[in-house]
Ligand binder design. Structure first.
Ligand SMILES: [Fe+2]
Ligand SMILES: [Fe+2]
Length: 291
């Protein structure tokens, strides 16, 4: 992975931040967004083709009966594949190492509410209700202090300060971290890929409780303040509930929508799987280098 690839991913990240940003700021950016869109779509298409080349389409499920058990297996297997990372986090990681991880997680956790907002567009009502409930949880069920992105930023800004005091910068995310966030954002802004987003959101939330459990254990072991731990601790149970509901309703529904839909759903799960795996391998290596 080279500098050119990192610059490309940084360009995509900048575009998504602007495109999914405050509409008031988009007023000034109207022209640049329009001018950049074609370039961004070319970069996205190249990236998509590269990810698809890594996958043997013949191994992906094409029916509901095949998809559902395959999906459950993926949810379990990803945490087995990154057990080295999870165990390291739980038992060994020092404060700086945990802090670096949490700051890099901002790529996904920092915009999860907007991803969920987009994922529900156009869904049939019984699926939209599940996505809507999930979204309302993201909004803290109306309690400003319990908005998930706010809770996350309480944690990440504490961790960023902690890194700063140790002279470690988290301001220029590496390629693997940019890809980890950009993948979901790309599938959100490109509505033709929303089915991939729906598959990937299942995998993200379904596999998250194990990692949230390990991160919470690490932060408790290190004696960090309760409000810094609160986001991760709460999500052990919240995402268990979210992913169960996603599976029971949303994935069950779309898995029954025919071969083409199941292929997109499966591609979303599989590409997410691969990008996440590369991310955790990278994070393990980098975090160990900080210790
Ligand atoms: Fe959340
Ligand atoms: Fe969630």
């Amino acid at each position: 992975m080279n500098q050119l690839a990192r610059n490309t991913q940084q360009q995509l990240a900048n575009y998504y931040r602007c495109f999914l940003g405050d509409p008031a700021q988009l007023v000034a950016a109207q022209r640049s967004v329009r001018l950049t869109r074609n370039i961004v779509e070319c970069l996205e298409d190249e990236w998509t083709a590269a990810e698809e080349r890594l996958i043997d389409l013949r191994e992906l499920p094409t029916t509901k009966e095949a998809f559902l058990p395959w999906y459950v297996m993926c949810e379990k297997k990803i945490n087995e594949d990154i057990r080295f990372f999870v165990d390291f986090m739980r038992h060994q990681a020092c404060a700086e190492q945990v802090a670096y991880y949490i700051c890099m997680e901002e790529m996904v956790d920092g915009s999860f509410d907007d991803l969920m907002a987009v994922a529900q567009l156009g869904m049939p009502i019984h699926c939209k209700m599940i996505a809507g409930e999930n979204y309302w949880d993201e909004m803290g069920n109306g309690d400003f202090a319990a908005v998930h992105t706010t809770m996350f930023r309480t944690s990440s800004s504490y961790m960023r300060d902690l890194l700063g005091r140790s002279g470690i910068s988290a301001e220029e995310p590496p390629l693997e971290c940019l890809m980890n966030g950009n993948l979901l954002l790309m599938w959100a802004v490109r509505r033709e890929y929303n089915m991939r987003l729906i598959g990937a959101m299942g995998l993200v939330e379904g596999s998250a409780p194990v990692r949230f459990g390990a991160t919470t254990a690490a932060m408790e072991r290190l004696g960090l303040p309760k409000d810094v731990i609160a986001y991760h601790k709460a999500h052990i149970s919240i995402d268990t509930r979210h992913s169960a509901a996603w599976y029971e309703t949303v994935l069950q529904h779309y898995a029954a929508c025919g071969e083409d839909v199941v292929r997109e759903l499966s591609l979303g799960v599989m590409i997410r799987y691969n990008v996440a795996l590369r991310y955790y391998h990278y994070m393990y290596k980098t975090m160990r280098g900080l210790g």
